[in-house]
Write a protein that binds this ligand. Sequence first.
Ligand SMILES: [Zn+2]
Length: 212
Amino acid sequence: MNSFLPSNTVTAASLGFGLCKACHLLQPCPALHGVHCRRCGAAVHIRKPYSLAISWFFLVLAMLLLIPANMLPMMNILLFNRGEPSTIIGGVALLVHHGIYAIAAVVFIASFVVPLGKIACIIILLLSVQFRWKMSTRRRTVMFRIVEFLGRWSMLDVFVVTVMVGLVRLGQTASVEPGMGIVAFGAAVILTMLSSMSFDPRLIWDVADQDA
Ligand SMILES: [Zn+2]
């Protein structure tokens, strides 16, 4: 049995009630169409409408944008005032080649590991809900924590790259200037954020409760 709920437990959704995200008033709400909150007027839905479809839409766009982000010059790495435009991986390879391992690691993690890891996590979440994967309650809880974590740290990669561009410029031997690829990369990061924001985490529990 996969259920989180004892058999005598009722949920607001099962009684046709929805929670206002703005003022937290619980009120009757039709399952398909939302209503306007009777207290504050905000839109109330039992579940975010078209949550999976919208998440997929933003995610696919983000993945498409990662192609130019990796093909176009992402940064112009200047070593001893000589430099040439470089893609993400090319830049990391160049930094490693010159023995600047710390900066290479920061660039690699912030602009490669974090965005790809984030996209992989969202794909797993969406697939698990869409195809109703059989999964233990513990694993579903881990998935929910991942969604929360993604939301909280979704600006990290943009932040690290921005700070790095500023900080590294202070150095004597190496400096990093942003290139055209960063526009595509930034757009991909924003679309990934929109994708994880569009996902309604309550769908994780819905699937578990329905399967039980
Ligand atoms: Zn309200």
